[in-house]
Design a protein around this ligand. Sequence first.
Ligand code: ADP
Length: 396
Amino acid sequence: MINIFIIIIILLGLADILLAVYTVIFIKKIRKLKKEKNSLTKQLEKCEEGRIKAEIERDKTATVFRDFDDGLILLDEKDKIFSINLKAHKILRLEIDKLLKKSFHFLSDFPKAKPIASILSNGVENIYRKEIELAKDFIIELSVMPLNLNKTNIGHLIVLHDVSKEKAIERMKTEFVSLAAHQLKNPLAMINWSMSMLQKGDFGKLTKKQSEIVKNTLENNKKLISLIDSLLDISRIEEEKYLYKIDMADIRGIIMLAINSYKDEIKNKKIKIDFKKPDSFPQIMFDSEKIKMVVQNFIDNAIKYSPKGGKIIIALKKDEKNIELKVQDFGIGIPKNQQDKIFAKFSRADNAIKLNSLGSGLGLFLSKNIVEAHGGKIWFESQENAGTSFYFSLPI
Ligand code: ADP
């Protein structure tokens, strides 16, 4: 009996111990679960924060896109319209709902957007600041930018930038320069006329000193007239009134005339001109007056920037498609760091300014415009203190 009692007590003790062990394990599990729950809640909170942040960023980008001061049209990777902002809608009078998810070709359904659709239909790549006159005095610049993500194209952004105001200011400036140049031309021509008469002795014989002063005045007056002529040519180019009198002509004759117009300077500076005139050469279509200006500009610069007693080589060649003229000198050259802007308006390299303070920096700008208007190319090779070769080619 006592034994049974002892066994019961032992069993009860064991049960207690087991219960205690289970209780400890259970409490531990609950703690672990609580921890996991907390970390999960934290992660969820972070996710929510991230989502809110992403939404804020998305809204910001959408607001920038919507209110941007340029017209923007977003195309997806299949060049279908994904989004159009307010300015694009205002510029092109588009009905946005009718265009979304459609190809950009549908832009041509809207009269104002027709010119843009026709430019885009030739390919959306390589369109940069292309000017389009949508109405009188309403000019926009069209650019298309590819959108790449991790080197994959995800669409294109069409940008319409209104440049009407800038164009109006530019036009006013051009008109002012043209008016001022015209007003200056007559008094300068009068001075030229009076000085020439003085020089010829029409008002009596001049003393040596007087002759020198008259000669200097005439030379500087000629430079002023030539500067005014360049300014007028530039105004004409900018007003698109630089008309060309295109005719069949022989460039060899033009070169001979241009060399001849510098015979005094060539003699004074003892320059040796080497021009091997080809015996036969094709006549081609160009504006002789304007091409003569380009050849004169090349020769004028070659003389100006050559040392006394220097040599100038003029060479003419042709292939099936083009004729090419080269004027090479062995003068001061153009410093490397100033070569990229040499065809810009009023651009002069430092070494040229030091040597000859009177240049205008307009000759090459004009030459480039003339050659390119003929469908030709203009370029140069130069090394400081070694010499320069200027070239142009014209299509046959
Ligand atoms: P300008 O000679 O009146 O300054 P251009 O437009 O003809 O104007 O030339 C622009 C500039 O290009 C010159 O000022 C000079 O710096 C550089 N340049 C042109 N031709 C030559 C040349 N043959 N040698 C050295 N520099 C030259």
